[in-house]
Write a protein of this length. Structure first.
Length: 377
């Protein structure tokens, strides 16, 4: 089956702004997720001098629409005292931290999750600490001139980055597999706007999408990163899909349509970039399980695969990679990873010139969920 036949079969159009089938199936999974209670208003996840602080909020508006088949950023309460939650997190943060990555159940700049007045109070609290860099994790659509103007006065005391989830620039993957909205995002315009105010921007790139063979998975991420770097993005975080319960991706995995991604894919992607470029590409979510959230069990998130023999060593090497400043050092770490002698380490042939979705397999999966969810109704 080719793309056209697939689109005809499921009545998709090139101009669609959402994939209603993915939205429906993803919502069936999401509707079962636990709602986080008031007992956990914030968390701190410390990694070296970086503290990732999560504050409870209402769920992401896109997640409520069934978007983003890989994502579960939780469903929280809409009425938590978020300034208090943040101050309590600050008290648990390592005092030598120099960077705070701030997130909510979706986007810190979405006023329905975090009011602008609350965000300003939180930034005022950060300004009282020794932290010099703040990363605001948010959806591309939430970055407006209005918010940039509000944040402008803080530029003298804090280095502010926006972190946005790009995942992939491949429209077909987006429309038929991921359902990240909107499909056509004006990334150039937003990056330009951020730069015009003197702020910087990090793009998150996700790898290991289902219904793509290994070479296409690698090529998709290489193409996405290359395009973003050419557009002038300041920083990239590359991460493999972690399969989270209460997402459609988990249901694909559970029904045998998707396998856990091999963590080594990151090496095969990164070796496409020069030493200079590697300095701007970090890795994330490469294999460590996430912190505890009430209602969730440790195996509710399936991390990328590494063999038992290599796991510890690879975790250390990825940490070393992120901590290395020089591109040459990063390149050396990647070649050390490639040189590890183990049965799980073999050269994968990357011969493709085009990212190809396997529409036959995708059709089988759609057919499966099409029939089973119709029966549920
Ligand atoms: S990936 Fe971002 S936009 Fe999509 S559902 Fe998750 S938090 Fe929302
Ligand atoms: Zn191994």
């Amino acid at each position: 089956m080719n793309k056209l036949q697939f689109m005809r079969k499921y009545s998709f159009d090139e101009n669609d702004s959402i994939n209603p089938l993915l939205a429906k199936w993803n919502n069936i999974a999401r509707n079962k997720r636990p709602i986080i209670g008031n007992e956990l208003k914030s968390t701190v996840c410390q990694s070296g001098k970086t503290a990732q602080i999560w504050i409870q909020s209402d769920a992401c508006r896109f997640s409520k629409l069934g978007a983003c088949t890989c994502c579960d950023y939780f469903q929280g309460q809409p009425d938590v005292d978020q300034v208090n939650a943040f101050v309590s997190a600050l008290s648990q943060m390592d005092p030598s931290s120099n960077t705070i990555v701030l997130n909510t159940c979706g986007s810190v700049l979405d006023k329905s999750e975090l009011k602008t007045e609350t965000l300003v109070l939180i930034i005022d609290e950060i300004a009282k600490t020794n932290v010099s860099t703040v990363v605001l994790e948010t959806h591309l659509n939430t970055i407006t001139e209005e918010i940039l103007k509000i944040l402008l006065p803080y530029k003298n005391i804090l280095d502010i980055y926006f972190e946005i989830g790009i995942e992939t620039l491949n429209r077909d993957i987006n429309q038929f597999i991921l359902n990240k909205l909107p499909f056509d995002r004006n990334i150039n315009r937003v990056i330009g706007l951020i730069h015009s105010y003197g702020f910087r921007v990090t793009g998150n790139v996700m790898t290991g999408f289902p219904f793509l063979d290994y070479a296409s998975q690698v090529l998709d991420s290489v193409t996405t990163i290359r395009t973003l770097l050419d557009t002038g993005i300041d920083f990239i975080v590359l991460f493999p899909i972690n399969i989270k319960k209460y997402t459609f991706m988990y249901d694909l995995y559970d029904n045998g349509f998707y396998k856990v991604v091999n963590g080594r894919i990151l090496i095969d992607i990164l070796t496409h970039f020069s030493q200079e470029e590697l300095e701007y590409i970090n890795v994330g979510w490469y294999g460590e399980p996430r912190i505890d959230i009430p209602g969730y069990k440790s195996d509710d998130m399936i991390v990328p695969y590494y063999c038992e023999k290599c796991y510890k060593q690879m975790m250390q090497l990825w940490l070393d990679y992120n901590c290395a400043w020089e591109g040459s050092e990063r390149e050396q770490i990647l070649s050390n990873m490639k040189a590890i002698v183990c049965s799980c380490n073999y050269d994968q042939l990357i011969t493709t010139h085009k990212v190809e979705i396997d529409f036959d397999s995708l059709d089988k999966a759609y057919q499966h969920f099409y029939s089973s969810t119709d029966m549920e109704e």
